[in-house]
Design a protein around this ligand. Sequence first.
Ligand SMILES: [Fe+2]
Length: 269
Amino acid sequence: MQEADANSTLIVQITDCHIEGEPDKLMLGVDTRATMMSVIEQIKDSPRPDIMIVTGDVAGEGEPAAYDFAQTAVDQMADDIRWLPGNHDDTAALSQRFAQDDFFSQVVDGWVIVGMNSSVDGEVDGYIDPLQLAQLQRVCEANLDKALIIFLHHPPMPIGCQWIDPQHIANGLALIDIAHKHKAQNLKPAVICTGHVHQALDTTVMGVRILCCPSTGFQFKPGEEKFKLDDKMPGYREIRLNADSTMATTVHRIPQQDLNIDFSSDGYE
Ligand SMILES: [Fe+2]
């Protein structure tokens, strides 16, 4: 991390926890409750974030017991805790439990932070409804002097994993275009932070920085044509937003250990 300025905002993103309803049930061999807790413990040993954002697939299949577990795990971790749905979540249950709308925006020194819902009930693939895109447009117009950072579950474009790429946000280019235009107007960073792909990524599309975050459970191997698990450790992303609209970000992972990953599996539900 770069040296933080006095008025900076520290965000921690965790994602794709895939907590099962039954405590003993493993996901692809992995005890996702245990790995999530290892990630949480590591965050607790680091500077306390101002904002924690969970970018979806909290539950394996929207089970209430999974949300109970995740809520307790993340409780008190930050002043603001935001929950965004993924394709494995029950969007209505998640938004009701965490009092979270599809769309939120929050202004801090130098930045406007936006959260969006890219999930569609019953679908794996991502899509952003036009209402949210219009909300984003309005937030950008009201914050012309601010850098922009958006959090949501699905990536807005293919990332080079052929099996997962069809699931990217179908109208992701419309999202990137709004961010691109905001950046073109004020020459400050525009950033989109996602989950869903279970791997770290840091790339740029049309001048917009795209950051993907590892899962707190199990990882997908980058660049693969077919489903393939990676032996990389679970982790989280730390993002420091400075008041001068600069930023710094680091992916942190738990220490190397045997997670009992079932590398023979060729997919998951
Ligand atoms: Fe997902």
